[in-house]
Design a protein around this ligand. Sequence first.
Ligand code: HEM
Length: 202
Amino acid sequence: MKDQIYLYPLWIRIWHVVNALLFIALIFSGLSLQYSNNTFNLLPFDFAVSMHNISGITLSIAFVFFLFWNHFSGNGEHYRIKSKGYCAEVFRQFRYYAFGIFKNEKPPFPITEEQKFNPLQKFTYVMVMYVLLPLITLTGLGLFFPDILPDRMLGTTGIHFVDLIHIVTGFLLSIFMIIHIYFCTIGRTCSANFKSMITGWH
Ligand code: HEM
């Protein structure tokens, strides 16, 4: 274990697997609800509604757990963006992914215990965990309790407006998940990062 570092404590691994499974359930049931009509159902309609509601509520609870634990365990330090020189660092990482990696260059920000995310990864995780997940959770709650929504918002009904934000956010998070899994294959070997997320050791 000498040349390995412990990056993912047990609570992150448990939260992450629960979150990923619920996400897959939400994408399937969400797509089914979005594209159901009289002639086509990906899943039976009532089943898709229950699946979406139960998975969404469980994911929200898991998300609140993540926020608390991330803050109090110290893992939140990895999500702190320092403004000085940050854009240049993101650009260096972007350049590496676009060109350097194909020329066998060394990664500009090697993983250490103090810096487990590269700048681009950090930006993405901050956007996902602190912007998109709160947005999808709050709009989801609004749709679950439609009485709390205003009747009209920006020239349309409150439900329609909130639903639009919910769907667009869901779409962005689905795209994130595909890109996230692809980038996780970029490691020492194709499966190394996935093994790290199972064992905790990088
Ligand atoms: C089947 C789906 C997924 C797989 C296979 C997967 C895989 C992984 C792997 C291998 C890592 C560790 C490498 C790294 O840090 O980049 C990771 C970290 C992470 N993933 Fe995923 N992921 C999935 C879904 C998701 C989803 C849906 C989200 C959020 C909406 C998410 C958020 C995160 C975050 C925030 C981390 C860093 C956790 C930390 O150490 O603080 N993942 N994922």
